[in-house]
Design a protein around this ligand. Structure first.
Ligand code: CO
Length: 465
């Protein structure tokens, strides 16, 4: 058995390179070729893909999933699921989490990759149990980061816990692309010694060294790697699928992918990439390495966010100060991995600390909620002086945040009884209420009278000539 490959082009690939704007038609363009290439799975769904469909593309994310499923006969479909956040940004009640898992599997997903930004496994419990209940493959992802508490021992212990929870496989999710080759070798080796679960490595090429890290992980026995087909690979995206086929062919790690099918898919998807290069959504800078992610140990997206926040305030001259402030804030907040939503929270706090001239004088609401325990348990204890300064003697919850949430699904179903036509619609509303309400209202709007449509077409026709 060689190493298996998950193709990320249809989820993380375009999310990392051009703001998740690939349309369903574009996703289907090379779907037959991808299906016969021999992948372990195609990653096709996740938070941003779901949100962008309705918000920017005027598409139904559930339709996209069903259309892909109808064409993909031989390959598993995979999605990314943010634990109790599902695909959104807050904690949802257990009934919504369970229903979302059930409907995702019913509409065609095979593998659900569940993770929690803080690695608080209580936030995974509901999604994991639902995935098992409805017959899906449950992959639990460990958010990878570097800090004094995120040691190899920490990850080995976490892996033991998620194995006990019932995970079918394990993923090391290095969202910032900071895992160095030797660290990967050590981590994968130790995990292989301590768990029977297949191990998947997910990372990004942002720093420019990820091919080396993948190769060392393969040498250490990693079972699955996440790659993107050439036109959608490299830069802020994943390492290149075809390259691993060429490098590993004929070895014990041979992924056995069909290069001719990959070639044909790459030609079609190169045209998609070129469209986004031409319209500016794909910034050429996203395609070349940025070693600053290694220097600052921050995800690339966070660096560009900080820059745009400072530019808005005409304060680019404070950039270096902010970059020094970020690790301080992160340490004081108990070393959260810098992934959504924690990366935004830590970044915004650092900007505020620098710009106001007094640390923690201004604090975003989300940071206050985090300090109250509403996102779960921080990896290391929060600095007590900082907590006191921000929330005083307010109580901090010690239980799972979703334990305090009443069921939400039936209430929303009743609220939108005139709009939602299926449980899937209700779930879209549960996650992104205003965006979904606007989208569904126009999706189900009565068709315009024929005369009006004709006039419209004539007008468009005239324009295009
Ligand atoms: Co990723």
């Amino acid at each position: 058995m060689g190493v298996k490959i998950v193709e990320t082009a249809l989820r993380d690939g375009h999310q990392s390179l051009f703001a998740t704007r690939m349309t369903t038609d574009e996703a289907l363009l090379a779907i037959d070729e991808l299906d016969r290439a021999g992948y372990h799975a195609l990653e096709v769904w996740g938070g941003a893909t779901f949100d962008t469909c309705m918000r920017f593309l005027n598409e139904d994310p559930w339709d996209r999933l069903r259309k892909i499923r109808a064409r993909v006969k031989h390959t598993k479909l995979q999605m990314l699921f943010r634990g109790q956040n599902i695909l959104g940004y807050r904690h949802y009640s257990d009934d919504v989490v369970e229903k979302f898992v059930q409907k995702s599997l019913e509409n065609g997903i095979d593998i659900i990759r569940v993770f929690d930004a803080l690695n608080d496994i209580r936030n995974l419990k509901c999604a994991v149990e639902a995935t098992k209940k409805y017959g899906g493959h449950c992959q639990i992802a460990l958010s990878y980061t570097t800090s004094p508490v995120h040691t190899v021992d920490y990850y080995v212990e976490l892996a033991r816990q998620v194995e006990a929870m019932g995970a079918d496989s394990l993923c090391i999710k290095d969202m910032a692309g900071v895992m160095l080759p030797d660290d990967a070798f050590e981590l994968v080796s130790r995990l292989k010694q301590n768990t029977k679960l297949p191990i998947d490595l997910h990372s990004h090429c942002t720093g420019g060294m990820m091919d080396m890290t993948y190769l060392k992980a393969i040498e250490a026995g990693v079972d699955i790697i996440d790659c993107a087909i050439s036109p959608l690979s490299g830069g802020t995206s994943q390492p290149t699928t075809e390259a691993f086929q060429y490098v590993l062919a004929g070895t014990e790690h041979d992924p056995h992918l069909n290069l001719e099918a990959l070639d044909q898919a790459a030609v079609k998807l190169a045209a998609v990439r070129d469209k986004y290069l031409a319209n500016g959504l794909l910034n050429p800078k996203a395609m070349s390495p940025d070693p600053r992610v290694l220097k600052f140990q921050l995800p690339g997206g966070m660096l560009s966010n900080l820059m745009s926040q400072l530019k808005e305030q005409n304060a680019m001259n404070r950039y270096e100060e902010v970059l020094k402030e970020v690790p301080r804030v992160r340490a004081e907040l108990g070393y959260p991995p810098l992934v959504t939503p924690l990366s935004q929270m830590v970044g915004t706090q650092a900007v505020m600390n620098v710009m106001t001239g007094e640390r923690y004088k201004m604090v975003p609401n989300e940071v206050k909620e985090y300090l109250h325990g509403l996102y779960g348990k921080s990896p290391a204890p929060v600095d007590e002086a900082v907590r006191k300064k921000i929330i005083g003697d307010d109580p901090v919850i010690g239980h799972r945040p979703a334990d305090d949430l009443a069921p939400e699904f039936e209430g929303l179903k009743a609220k939108y009884k005139d709009l939602a036509r299926s449980d899937e619609d209700v779930l879209s509303l549960s996650l992104f209420e205003s965006v979904a309400a606007k989208y569904l209202a126009q999706k189900y709007a009565p068709p315009k009278p024929a005369a009006e449509i004709d006039e419209f077409n004539v007008f468009i026709g005239g324009e295009s000539r």
